[in-house]
Design a protein. Structure first.
Length: 136
């Protein structure tokens, strides 16, 4: 079975699940970590086959109900902010729940096309501990 069929199958199955039933083939998703805060490079959204990225004022989140665990976004992130859920560093574990929470906010809309990064992205791209800078 080729990758394209697998992606289509997982996405179709997830969307076709009856109301109240969560499609969870592997209980996995990908997670955007603090490295994205105040940068918001959007290279990752161009390659996402299921449009699972949600855009906030200064951060991108991945909707865990839409992500199909294909991993094509990981190498696209210039700051290395995206991890498979099982690989999220210990000091970034809080971002798993935060991605899920932010992705469901009505003001955080789907983003499907690359945009310019935030104006000060180059100043923040190498900084750590940026959670306090997150704008909801």
């Amino acid at each position: 079975m080729d990758l394209q069929f697998k992606l289509f199958s997982a996405a179709t199955a997830r969307r076709a699940a009856p109301s109240g039933v969560t499609f969870d083939p592997c209980a996995m998703t990908h997670v955007v970590t603090e490295a994205c805060i105040a940068c918001k490079y959007t290279d990752c959204v161009d390659v996402c086959p299921v449009d699972c990225f949600r855009e906030g004022p200064n951060f991108l989140a991945i909707d865990p109900d839409e992500c199909i665990d294909c991993a094509v976004c990981i190498p696209e992130c210039p700051v290395g902010a995206i991890y498979a859920e099982e690989d999220v560093p210990r000091d970034q574990q809080h971002m798993i729940a935060l991605n899920a929470e932010l992705a469901k906010l009505p003001t955080w809309k789907s983003i499907t096309k690359r945009k310019a990064p935030l104006p000060d992205a180059d100043l923040y791209k190498d900084k750590t501990g940026k959670l306090a800078l997150l704008k909801r």
